[in-house]
Design a protein around this ligand. Structure first.
Ligand code: 3PY
Ligand code: MG
Length: 260
């Protein structure tokens, strides 16, 4: 499918709840993305929060993904403000915003991602227009529908405010960060907490009730399958460096075990 059609199909597919397998890219080299783009992954999330992606890497990464006909999203740093509009102008199809803890945080995210009347995104989609295959006027009319504002739920405070975050006009979906959620729910003691599992069910159920999609980071395929069974349709399956390391380990282990 040519890229413009994929761009136009990305958000509707997520809204329909189709299983979508993305991954976090933390290594800011377009060659890595070109290599990964040959896999069956549906899209890429360039990580400006914990990964090494800066604006130049996002610019190059969006092009590398588009070359393979795949859309790219960006996870923003905390409190990134106008950077959200900027990466959408670069051609990202959505942003994932960490630590959205209140309805006010959600409204701030929407203000940067959506054009009026939902938000206050400033006009200038330099590269988004050609990548979307739309004319400027068409892009203005359709951008709020085609570009996604995704709020990360990763604290007790976000769980407490979940319904208000989900009810915020312009928030398209939520995305659970299981590690930060465990840190918050264990009050800073652990990266894992028994409280995360029931919280995952609550987020999936409330998102469904609000008519929005639920996403999650999955540290491995088993976790992804489990979350898919709980109603998560947008899954960031592992990270680029994890794929490389695990494939290398599997290959080395296969040779060593054969030599034993
Ligand atoms: C988390 O688990 O906190 C995340 O942000 C996943 O990327
Ligand atoms: Mg996190």
């Amino acid at each position: 499918m040519p890229f413009p059609a994929l761009h136009a199909e990305f958000a509707p597919r997520l809204r329909r709840g189709e299983l979508h397998l993305s991954t976090f890219c933390q290594l800011p080299d377009p060659n890595v993305i070109e290599a990964l783009a040959k896999s069956q992954l549906d899209s890429f999330i360039f990580d400006m929060q914990h990964g090494m992606f800066d604006e130049s890497a996002v610019l190059a990464g969006v092009a590398a993904a588009a070359l393979a006909g795949k859309p790219a999203l960006v996870r923003l740093p905390v409190d990134a403000g106008g950077l959200a509009s900027r990466v959408l102008d670069f051609g990202a199809v959505g942003v994932i915003c960490p630590m959205v803890n209140t309805a006010a945080d959600a409204r701030r995210l929407v203000s940067y991602v959506k054009f009026p009347p939902l938000g206050g995104r400033s006009w200038g989609p330099r590269r988004a227009i050609p990548l979307s295959g739309l004319s400027g006027p068409e892009y203005l009319l359709r951008a709020n529908e085609l570009t996604l504002a995704i709020a990360m739920i990763e604290t007790q405070q976000a769980l407490d405010n979940l319904d208000a975050i989900l009810a915020t006009p312009g928030i398209d979906g939520v995305f659970v960060g299981p590690s930060d959620l465990a840190v918050s729910l264990s009050e800073g003691i652990s990266l894992q907490s028994a409280k995360v599992s029931p919280a995952l069910d609550i987020v999936a159920a409330r998102a469904k009730a609000a008519g929005k999609f639920a996403g999650v980071f999955a540290i491995n395929p088993a976790y992804a399958s489990d979350c898919s069974g709980r109603g998560y349709s947008f899954i960031a399956l592992m990270q680029d460096a994890m794929f490389m390391q695990q494939a290398a380990d599997a290959a080395v282990e296969a040779v060593r075990s054969g030599a034993r």
